[in-house]
Design a protein around this ligand. Structure first.
Ligand SMILES: Cc1cc2nc3c(=O)[nH]c(=O)nc-3n(C[C@H](O)[C@H](O)[C@H](O)COP(=O)(O)OP(=O)(O)OC[C@H]3O[C@@H](n4cnc5c(N)ncnc54)[C@H](O)[C@@H]3O)c2cc1C
Length: 331
């Protein structure tokens, strides 16, 4: 089977690796100079079993087994199992999702069980002891090593549902085409008759110096009032914080610079007031997510084309790659 994968982010690379493992001949097209520089950029992500929906909890269990397999093959860990804390108004819903899926949790997790660099630990929290951080550098090194011979640095200009892919080298025909192009997926998917939400927003995550001697837990805080955040260790002595800002601040029309500046001010103010970190930004990671999607993903097919979209996909990368490879065999 000849398969084209468009996009060498974590999802496209995972799909490429899974397809190669199944014996497919794969070309993975990437328009950027380096793989994993779009939404997969940076060195860390939160991993968690905790989700509101039991189906997503189960998928995260499978994803963790996938990361463990990758770690075994790579000879280095891919996940830091420091734990993940969920706090905020809906915490009981998250606990219900985990209970229904039968995974371990601590609820309520009392402040003495929490290792968060905050001045005021949340009063009601859920601890996902299986959660923690994905080592993105380890994943990148592993996947790019596996998929090196499939990678072609060429932008895809167009596709059709009969398996044609057009690049500057001309057209090529494949038995299946996987669209894992992140922000580039909606435009290409539309050409194959697949509707993917096309709206984008600006998002920036900021990293602060923190006490390097503590194995901090990852943290998703969604309070009824005030700034919702996601936070996690991003290497020793580094604490990354992303804020869920007002949609008007991060809307596409606002522009990257203005949105990043407003996000920086909001997160810096939050850090000064609430966190036990040095209020000095040492790294900014920027990307263009689709607004309002939350957790989960969609895989859609038209003819020979399979398209995937969603948010927070990093934690599902091993299962998504396998699912996309299996979907190609159905075209
Ligand atoms: C700051 C930040 C924090 C995040 N936190 C988390 C988290 O804690 N946990 C979690 O699970 N997820 C998190 N996410 C989300 C997660 O990282 C993304 O969902 C995931 O990396 C998306 O991977 P992808 O392969 O779909 O997209 P991308 O990494 O964007 O890959 C798509 C690739 O396609 C290429 N491309 C686009 N168009 C074309 C074309 N026409 N031709 C050729 N190539 C093309 C792009 O250059 C890009 O390299 C976070 C994201 C960011 C940015």
């Amino acid at each position: 089977m000849r398969v084209a994968v468009v996009g060498a982010g974590v999802v496209g690379l995972s799909a490429t690796a899974a397809l190669m493992q199944r014996g497919a001949e794969v070309v993975c097209y990437e328009r950027a100079d380096e793989p994993m520089t779009g939404r997969s950029v940076g060195s860390s992500r939160i991993f968690r079993l905790a989700h509101r929906e039991p189906e997503l909890v189960r998928l995260a269990v499978d994803a963790r087994a996938g990361f463990d397999r990758w770690a075994e093959q790579a000879g280095r860990p891919m996940l830091v199992p420091s734990g993940c804390v969920i706090s905020g108004a809906d915490v009981a819903e998250w606990a219900a999702g985990m209970e229904a899926a039968g995974v371990p949790l601590e609820m309520p997790a009392t402040p003495d069980r929490l290792r968060l660099p905050t001045r005021r630990p949340p009063s009601e929290a859920l601890l996902d002891p299986s959660g923690g951080v994905v080592d993105v550098d380890a994943v990148r090194e592993y996947l790019t090593g596996l998929t090196k011979r499939a990678l072609r640095h060429e932008p895809v200009d167009a596709v059709d549902d009969d398996g044609h892919v057009w690049t500057r080298s001309g057209p090529a025909r494949f038995d299946a085409v996987v669209l894992a192009a992140g922000a580039g997926t909606p435009q290409l998917a539309a050409q194959a008759g697949i509707a993917v939400p096309g709206e984008l927003q600006h998002h920036a995550r900021f990293t602060f110096p923190v006490d390097p001697t503590v194995a901090w837990q990852s943290w998703i805080d969604l309070p009824a009032n005030g700034l919702g955040t996601y936070q996690h260790a991003s290497g020793p002595g580094r604490w990354a914080v992303g804020g869920h800002l007002d949609a008007a601040v991060t809307a596409w029309e606002v522009g990257r610079d203005a949105a990043t500046t407003a996000s920086r001010e909001a997160v810096l103010e939050y850090a000064r007031e609430h966190l036990a970190v040095e209020p000095r930004i040492v790294e900014t990671v920027y990307c263009t997510p689709m607004p309002g999607l939350g957790d989960g993903f969609h895989v859609q097919r038209a003819g020979r084309v399979v398209a995937v979209h969603g948010e927070n996909l990093f934690k599902f990368a091993p299962v998504l790659g396998a699912a996309l490879a299996a979907a190609c065999e159905l075209v």
